[in-house]
Design a binder for this molecule. Structure first.
Ligand code: CP
Ligand code: NVA
Length: 312
C-alpha cells in the first residue's frame, strides 16, 4: 500500500456516520453482548486484534470502557496520551495516523477540534472512533439511547430535553434526533445557543430552543444535562458559572416533565451546578446504567467496525 490517503474504512467520527438501520443493529447487538457479559459467557470475536486509544484530554469512563471492552472481546488495548508520546511534540497528525494504523486494528481518539480526528481518519488504514472532540461525543449518545431503549422502549417520537451548554454532547443528541426521528428541546443561557452548522445538522426540524429551562422540560421523556465548562474551555469557567446559574436541573424541572421521565448525565457531574443532588441521586436518574452501557455499546461498535454484522 502506498502512503496515499486510505479512505475505504468505516469510521465513527460523528453520529451521522451511521444510518438508522445500522443503529438498530447496534442497539440490538448491545443487548446481546450485555446479556452474555452478565452471564459470564466468554465472547472473543476480536482475539488477536489491537485497539490503540489516544487521549489528548482526561477520561475515566471512556478509557475504562474501551480498554476493558477490548480485553473482554479477546483483544488488547494500548493507551497513548499527548504528554508522553510524540503527538505532544508536534508530529503531524497525518504521519501519526500512518504509523499508528500500521500497528493496530482499530483506533479510538479523544482530542480537541473535530478536524484533527477527520485528518487522522483520512490517513488511517483502520477504523477510527471518536472518543470525544470539542464538537461531538458519539459513543456517549450511542450508550445513552441504548439506555433509554432499555428502560422505556423505542426513542422515535419521544422528547429529549437538553439543559445547559450547547456542547459536544448536545450536538450529538441533535444529530441523533434527526437520524432516529425524535425531538430535542434545548435551553441554553443567552449566547450559548445551538449552532446548527457546528452541530453538523441537516436542518432545524428536530429541535426547538426555549429561553426558559422549565418550559423546555415540559412533557419531556428524558431530561439531560452536562457540565457548564467542557474540557478545553477552562479559561471561560468564571464567566460560565455566572451565565449558567439558572440552568441547574432541579426537582421543579423534573416535575413538569412526564411522570415517567428519566434523567441522564454523561458524567462527571457537579452536584449543585448543572444538577441538584436530589435529581441525580433520585429515582428518575439512570446515570449509573448510562455509564455502564458505555462498555456494552462500544463493544458492539468495535465488533461491528471490525467484523460487520454478526448473529448469535
Ligand atoms: N462521559 C465520559 O465520556 O466520561 P469520561 O470523560 O470519564 O471518559
Ligand atoms: N462536555 C464534556 C463531556 C465530558 C465527558 C466535555 O467535553 O468536557
Amino acid at each position: 500500500m502506498s502512503g496515499a490517503h486510505v479512505m475505504n474504512h468505516k469510521h465513527f467520527l460523528q453520529f451521522r456516520d451511521f444510518t438508522a438501520d445500522e443503529f438498530d443493529y447496534l442497539f440490538a447487538r448491545t443487548r446481546v453482548i450485555k446479556d452474555r457479559f452478565k452471564r459470564y459467557e466468554k465472547h472473543h470475536p476480536l482475539a488477536d486484534r489491537t485497539l490503540v486509544m489516544i487521549f489528548e484530554k482526561a477520561s475515566t469512563r471512556t478509557r475504562l470502557s474501551f480498554e476493558a471492552g477490548m480485553q473482554q472481546l479477546g483483544g488488547a488495548a494500548i493507551y497513548l496520551n499527548t504528554r508522553d508520546s510524540q503527538l505532544g511534540r508536534g508530529e503531524p497528525v497525518e504521519d501519526a495516523a500512518q504509523v499508528i494504523s500500521r500497528m493496530c486494528d482499530i483506533v479510538m481518539i479523544r482530542t480537541f477540534e473535530q478536524d484533527i480526528i477527520e485528518r487522522f481518519a483520512s490517513h488511517s488504514r483502520v477504523p477510527v472512533i471518536n472518543g470525544l472532540t470539542n464538537e461531538y461525543h458519539p459513543c456517549q449518545i450511542l450508550a445513552d439511547i441504548f439506555t433509554f431503549i432499555e428502560h422505556r422502549g423505542p426513542i422515535a417520537g419521544k422528547t429529549v430535553t437538553w439543559i445547559g451548554d450547547s456542547n459536544n454532547v448536545c450536538n450529538t443528541w441533535l444529530q441523533a434526533a434527526e437520524l432516529l426521528d425524535f425531538n430535542v428541546h434545548v435551553s441554553t443561557p443567552p449566547g450559548y445557543e445551538v449552532e446548527p452548522e457546528r452541530a453538523g445538522l441537516f436542518g432545524t426540524s428536530h429541535f426547538e430552543e426555549f429561553p426558559d429551562p422549565i418550559e423546555a422540560c415540559r412533557s419531556a421523556d428524558l431530561v439531560t444535562t452536562d457540565v457548564w465548562t467542557s474540557m478545553g474551555f477552562e479559561a471561560e469557567n468564571d464567566e460560565r458559572r455566572r451565565a449558567f446559574a439558572d440552568w441547574c436541573v432541579d426537582a421543579d424541572m423534573m416535575r413538569v416533565a412526564r411522570p415517567e421521565a428519566l434523567f441522564m448525565h454523561c458524567l462527571p457531574a457537579h452536584r449543585g451546578e448543572e444538577v441538584t443532588a436530589e435529581v441525580i441521586d433520585g429515582p428518575q436518574s439512570v446515570v449509573w446504567d448510562e455509564a455502564e452501557n458505555r462498555l456494552h455499546a462500544q463493544k458492539a461498535l468495535m465488533e461491528y467496525l471490525l467484523l460487520g454484522r454478526l448473529e448469535g
